[in-house]
Design a protein around this ligand. Structure first.
Ligand code: OSB
Ligand code: MG
Length: 379
């Protein structure tokens, strides 16, 4: 049984080792919302909300998520009893529309509480079958094709199983062509546009076929499915949807309209693990490969992604990179690492997240804090 008695919200600031630029903005320091869920027996777990500082990827932000959790979501969960974490998302979705990143932070935290209480790893609780997952790297926009090729070269040497590069108009075909010319046509390379294009760019997008990419991620609008159909019809390269897939119904729309052939599942984007697993299962039944995306998470959010990525239909390498790719010092011990073959092990033999959260470091980095209990809930 899950019975959350208090919820602590924290904002921590963590500077990225390397600034990360996508088509809609640059991030140099993450403002991260962490939750600490404490149950009736005093068991505490940490979870992470993936919402960024600005609404440039999706509409939510760390500040909107904080408000939604405090005012609307926490009162639906606090001091209520749930038999299983899979019961939680229906309650949240019935009462509150959208705001899936805010919901996910709570829902995934409840799964971790459940995993701890039942003395199993989060991976096991979710139905994970893989004891290690291949790593992948997402490389932000670079100033020149030469600099990009250098970053890709270094990543290949480190052993990443998939290289994803960000593109936008003016930094696309020349950059991708240069990388292929310098480093070869066969290593696993893909691009992510974060909706920087429209259907008017179809002739340009078609030129990317020559680069033999694994996929092109979210070329069109963040909430579009229909127009991606026009792109997929014209391209040999598989289209992968990220932003557009917020529910399993959206995955069904994608498949039905043939708007894409691959899905990037981020549990934070879809409202948590229950929805993420529904998308995973639907894709598995329909022969659609999936991979686990990232949102520049700290080691806490990474634990949740790694657990999800251990499910059987995560057949493509995710945007799952070691702690050192993002942070000088991560919030967890041990830090997430990749082995010399480019794999990350899933902590399948430890209960819950399988890593220790550095509370002292979190305390030092905290710039904002709020504790919610039944008494502080006014809805
Ligand atoms: O589109 O996948 C994306 C980071 C922030 C917002 C959106 C995206 C990304 C990434 C980073 O690509 C992946 C990672 O966490 O390494
Ligand atoms: Mg993406």
């Amino acid at each position: 049984m899950i019975h959350i008695q208090s919820l602590e919200l924290r904002e921590v600031r963590l500077p990225l080792v390397t600034p990360f630029e996508i088509s809609s903005g640059l991030t140099t320091e993450r403002r991260i919302l962490l939750l600490k869920l404490t149950d009736a027996n005093g068991l505490s777990v940490w979870s992470e909300c993936v919402a960024g500082e600005k609404p440039n990827y999706m509409p939510e932000t760390i500040d909107s998520a904080w408000m939604i959790i405090r005012s609307f979501l926490a009162p639906l969960i606090l001091n209520k009893s749930f038999g299983h974490p899979s019961e939680i998302d229906a309650v949240l979705n019935q009462m509150i529309k959208g705001n899936r990143m805010a919901k996910a932070a709570l829902e995934m935290g409840a799964w971790a509480v459940y995993a701890h209480k039942t003395d199993q790893s989060l991976s096991k609780a979710l139905g994970g079958t893989q004891s290690q997952v291949p790593t992948g790297i997402s490389i932000g926009l670079q100033a020149t094709p030469q600099e990009l090729a250098q970053k890709v070269r270094e990543s290949l040497v480190k052993g990443y199983h998939k290289i994803k590069i960000k593109i936008k108009p003016g930094k696309d075909i020349d950059f991708v062509t240069h990388v292929r010319k310098e480093l070869g046509m066969t290593f696993p390379l893909m691009v992510d546009a974060n909706n920087a294009y429209t259907v008017a760019d179809l002739p340009l997008l078609k030129k990317l076929d020559a680069a033999k990419l694994m996929m092109i991620e979210q070329p069109l609008a963040w909430d579009d499915i229909y127009q991606h159909r026009l792109v997929q019809k014209e391209l040999k390269t598989p289209v992968c949807l990220d932003e557009s897939i917020t529910t399993v119904q959206k995955a069904e729309e994608m498949a039905g309209l043939q708007s894409g052939r691959i899905i990037n599942i981020k549990p934070g984007r879809v409202g948590g693990f229950s929805e993420a697993v529904r998308i995973h299962d639907y894709c598995e039944e329909n022969g659609i490969p999936v991979w686990c995306g990232g949102m520049l998470e700290s080691g806490i959010g990474r634990a949740y992604n790694v657990a999800l990525a251990s499910l059987p239909n995560f057949t493509l390498p995710g945007d799952i990179s070691p702690s050192s790719r993002y942070w000088k010092e991560d919030l967890v011990a041990p830090a997430w690492e990749m082995d010399e073959k480019g794999y990350m092990s899933v902590p399948t033999h430890k209960p819950g997240l399988g890593i220790t959260v550095k509370e002292d470091l979190i305390n030092q980095l905290t710039v904002r804090k709020e504790t919610l209990t039944k008494e502080t809930s006014h809805v």
